[in-house]
Design a protein around this ligand. Structure first.
Ligand code: COA
Length: 471
């Protein structure tokens, strides 16, 4: 009996030892896939810096493969719908159907490695190459207005250019940005790319953005956002690319196809509830055609306000004490805005229009809401002058509806905008119904304008003397 007990005790002791030995293994937490999302900014930057060292030595063919993987990931229906829906839900800005268009556009029309065209000069002294080379780690700040479009667009351009990127999304778009960064990294890893070509922190904040701005391993800063953040990166002392405010005007003269102009203006102004920085924000119409234009705008979904008291109530509701847009109204629909004034309309109403003088706040302030003031002017030359004034030298985007080639050229020259759209909605300027590539970082203040892979590269020279000229 005693013997048996001893054996049993030994067996129990042995079993407990085995369990104890097994425990660490048994309770090891499963590996959590970060897919580029880190607890701290330091970790996010260090990881992107390590990844860039690998990317630097990968083939251009591989970089293109990674770009193609990013495109394919976004074009997967469930991903496209998920990020578009989540962007609207989280930020409460814009409209789902238009986010689908913009995200698809960013995936398909952002240039890849083909943008990096090598220049070669040969002569008696040999061969010189000038090539677009990466900066290293780029710190990119993205907005609430176009959160996913900007991340997709910047990721493709920056990785095509051989850089890795640390995103600092607007805190009010953190969930959708995280989701997107994970989707993109997963696709990259599946395509054989190094981990962490794209990173961000779990909790984006002003503090974390400041850390990113100051970190020595972040070589370039790119800010797509409101005036405050653009100003901040431009005063960082680092190379910075800033894409900020616009206030794009539209001029319509007496030679235009007025019915088409009315339709195009309403369509452009209401696209994603007016948040694209290229969208029509105010109209200068030649007196002779203004009534005709307004009539056709109303037939295409414009709601006209004529009562000056109501217009002033609208201003009070949608602007803040500094005269800028009230954040809670940015990217809201015309139907929603009118409801706050006690006016009930159906979804066919896309834009709120009103006639106002040229110095009115609705003309001079960029609101990013489907509110479109119309200024009646005696002639096209004055219309162009007022449009220039209202754009405040941002040199961002302008539209003109006219068949007068001379006046079209005059306005294009005077405005000096990065994008000038003739006889079409503003979105033709980013490739929806217009030719050319797309960008969601339109860098007027720093001069890069339409950014693409080459905007995020340094031009470097490689010189071979006395050989390789075969002329
Ligand atoms: N990460 C951390 N902080 C950010 C940030 C980011 N990605 N983006 C902005 N911030 C900061 C700003 O610097 C500002 O800081 P401050 O208070 O210390 O000055 C603060 O957040 C608030 O800025 P913001 O969110 O811009 O102010 P807001 O809520 O009053 O304005 C908008 C909201 C939508 C009107 C404004 O962001 C805007 O104009 N966006 C336009 C974006 C855009 O589409 N630009 C053109 C692209 S081509």
């Amino acid at each position: 009996m005693n013997m048996d007990m001893k054996v049993i005790e030994q067996m129990v002791e042995q079993a407990l030892k085995e369990i104890a030995a097994e425990q660490p293994q048994k309770f090891t937490a499963p590996k959590v896939e970060r897919y580029g999302v880190f607890d701290t900014m330091d970790e996010a930057i260090e990881a992107a810096a390590e990844a860039q060292k690998i990317l630097l030595f990968s083939k251009i063919e591989d970089r293109q493969k990674y770009v193609d993987a990013l495109r394919a990931a976004i074009l997967k229906r469930e991903n496209l719908e998920l990020v578009s829906r989540l962007a609207v839900e989280e930020t409460e800005i814009g409209c789902y159907e238009h986010k689908l268009i913009k995200n698809r556009l960013a995936a398909t029309r952002t240039p890849g490695t083909e943008d990096l065209v090598t220049e070669a000069v040969t002569g008696d002294n040999g061969l010189t190459l000038v090539e677009y080379c990466p900066f290293g780690v780029i710190g990119a700040i993205t907005p609430t207005t176009n959160p996913t479009e900007t991340i997709i667009n910047n990721s493709i351009s920056m990785i095509a250019g051989g850089n890795t990127v640390v995103f600092s999304p607007h805190p009010r778009a953190k969930k959708v940005s995280q989701m997107l960064v994970k989707i993109l990294n997963k696709a990259l890893i599946e395509a054989g790319a190094p981990e962490n070509l794209i990173t961000m922190v779990e909790e984006p904040s002003i503090e974390n953005t400041n850390k990113m701005i100051e970190h020595p391993k972040v070589r370039v800063l790119v800010a797509t956002g409101g005036p405050a953040i653009v100003k901040k990166v431009l005063s960082s002392g680092k190379k910075a690319i800033g894409a900020g405010a616009g206030n794009p005007p539209v001029v319509v003269d007496e030679t235009a196809d007025i019915e088409k102009a009315a339709k195009d203006i309403v369509a452009g102004c209401s696209f994603d509830n007016n948040v694209p920085c290229i969208a029509e924000k105010e109209v200068f119409a030649v007196d002779q055609i203004t009534d005709y234009l307004i009539h056709y705008m109303k037939l295409n979904g414009a709601f006209q306000m004529t009562d000056p008291t109501l217009i002033e109530r609208l201003v009070t509701v949608v602007t803040n004490e500094k005269g800028g847009p009230k954040t809670s109204f940015v990217g809201k629909s015309a139907q929603y805005i009118l409801k706050q004034l006690g006016i009930l309309v159906d979804e066919s109403v896309k834009v709120i229009i009103m006639e106002v003088p040229k110095d009115h706040i609705l003309v001079q302030e960029e609101l990013m809401m489907p509110i479109l003031p119309i200024v009646r002017v005696p002639n096209v030359d004055l219309a162009i002058e007022y449009a220039h004034e209202a754009e405040h030298g941002n040199r961002h985007t302008a539209m003109m509806h006219s068949k007068n080639v001379e006046k079209l050229s005059k306005m294009a020259k005077i405005m000096e905008t990065t994008i000038f759209v003739k006889n079409a909605p503003s979105y033709a300027g980013i490739g929806v119904g217009g030719e050319g590539f797309t960008t969601f970082t339109i860098a007027g203040p720093t001069g890069e304008g339409l950014t693409s892979a080459r905007s995020f590269c340094r031009k470097r020279k490689c010189v071979m003397t006395d050989a390789f000229s075969i002329r």
